[in-house]
Design a protein around this ligand. Structure first.
Ligand code: LLP
Length: 434
């Protein structure tokens, strides 16, 4: 699968017959994941809530990036933070993906998943010396984020007497037009160097025999819906590359980060595809440059639904609530970013349509999965899903209120397997030495 360009347009055999499989769709009022009825899965598995993934959707998403990048020397670096399930990581590494890391543990996971670490990138504004040590030992590309980060990279390379391949993280200061919590490439961001200090960084790198400056990096933000934003940033980054070349360096990599949005609202709104994104910058890319992209959400977001059971329905006279067994502990995006994720039942529901807040059992008023949704009144035990739960949902889950991290299941055609068992209270109690 991996060619000199790092990508291939050839699909493995097993993918060819999967190509036309629909991931999540309704038939006679029931939600299906590929060929399986989600209600049947819910009745068979021993725990609720749970995450359910479609392998076909994951492969479709990866292939969309491969196709988009045809003819461009490139690395697809999957941003592991979006979803670190080992089974999914193994699938992505087998497809030829590189990886984008933000911690030493993500580095260890990517080793376990079989990623080629020379095609991985370590990001972060607070990398520790231990994390840098692992990265240098394994030949991972490292983004320089600040003066102290550079000093730590230098110290690490020196103590190991090994070279470090570095990129400089620049803030192009292009507004990604997203929620402030997921905007990362503006001048005031906590990430990246102060651009006016670029020459200082170049001089430091020039003086250090063990540092190879191999490129520049930026990440504008997440849930971006306009490709113009990527084009503007690419133009700015290429100007930086020309400046760096003029200083006598030969940077090979232009890393434009991740950030492509997905259709959370499911209203059919035109969301740019990977091809739209790449086509918007294709004419700008010089031949000698290898493009790195770092998609997370757009690779895994729509591969999963979060499957709940309705515990009950209540009203306070003004507001009506559907109370589910899933909560902000397992899926925090609505509470944290006021993010919209679509919610539907997995089976036909006959009750009268009402405007509901869908809330969990956690002792927080911020605990909701959705607000003001017009839904039929369900019976207790009815199955309800939160869509687009593949990115930043399980990965951001917690044990708040001592809820246990839910299990994950993967559907492949007409079979499903457990790809992560549920956490148990025994797992949790084992952490205490008492
Ligand atoms: N590269 C870097 C340097 C990043 O910081 C991120 C995400 C990515 C790539 C991947 O971005 P993506 O393609 O997934 O948008 N928890 C938030 C998202 C935080 C994103 C953090 N950085 C959410 O649930 O929306």
């Amino acid at each position: 699968m991996v060619t000199a360009q790092g990508i291939s347009t050839k699909l493995p055999n097993e993918m060819r017959h999967r190509k036309n499989i629909m991931s999540f769709h309704y038939k006679e009022g029931y939600l299906y994941c590929e060929k399986l009825r989600v209600k049947d899965i819910q009745e068979q598995v021993p725990y609720s809530p749970f995450y359910l993934y479609s392998l076909a959707q994951l492969e479709t998403n990866y292939t969309a990036y491969q196709k988009a990048l045809a003819g461009i020397d490139s690395i697809i670096g999957y941003a592991i933070k979006a979803n670190n399930n080992l089974a999914l990581l193994k699938r992505l590494s087998a497809l030829g993906s590189g990886a984008v890391l933000v911690s030493g543990n993500e580095l260890q996971m990517s080793l376990a998943a079989g990623f080629d670490l020379r095609r991985t990138i370590l990001n972060g504004n607070g990398k520790t010396l231990e994390e840098l040590r692992l990265a240098v030992e394994h030949g991972v590309l490292i983004n320089i984020d600040s003066e102290f980060d550079l000093a730590h990279i230098q110290e690490t390379a020196k103590s190991l007497d090994q070279p470090a391949n570095v990129l400089i993280r620049i803030n192009p200061d292009v507004d990604p037009q997203v929620h402030p919590y997921v905007s990362t490439g503006m001048k005031n961001s906590k990430f990246g160097i102060r651009n006016e200090r670029l020459n200082w960084f170049l001089n430091e790198i020039r003086k250090d025999q063990l540092l190879n400056l191999v490129g520049v990096h930026c990440h504008l933000g997440s849930t971006i819906k306009k490709v113009r934003i990527f084009r503007d940033a690419t133009e700015i980054m290429l100007a930086f590359i020309r400046g760096i070349q003029a200083e006598g360096f030969s940077p090979r990599y232009l890393n434009i980060g991740g950030g492509l949005g997905i259709d959370y609202e499911r209203t059919g709104e035109e969301i740019p595809t990977p091809s739209d994104l790449i086509d918007s910058i294709r004419d700008l890319l010089p031949k000698e440059i290898t493009l790195i992209i770092e998609p997370g959400r757009s690779l895994v977001g729509n591969t999963s639904v979060f499957v709940n059971r309705v515990t009950g329905v209540k009203t306070n006279g003004n507001k009506h609530f559907i109370v589910t067994d899933g909560s902000m502990s397992e899926l925090i995006r609505p509470s944290l970013y006021d993010a919209y994720q679509h919610i539907q039942f997995i089976e036909p529901i006959e009750g009268a349509v009402e405007t509901y807040d869908i809330v969990g059992p956690v002792c927080e008023s911020a605990d909701f999965l959705g607000k003001a949704r017009a839904l039929p009144t369900p019976h207790e035990g009815a199955g309800l899903v939160v869509y687009d739960a593949g990115a930043y949902c399980h990965a951001m889950s917690s044990n708040y209120n001592l809820k246990m991290r839910p299990p994950e299941y993967l559907v492949d055609g007409d079979t499903f397997t457990c790809i992560r068992r549920v956490e148990t209270l025994d797992d949790y109690l084992r952490l205490f030495d008492v």
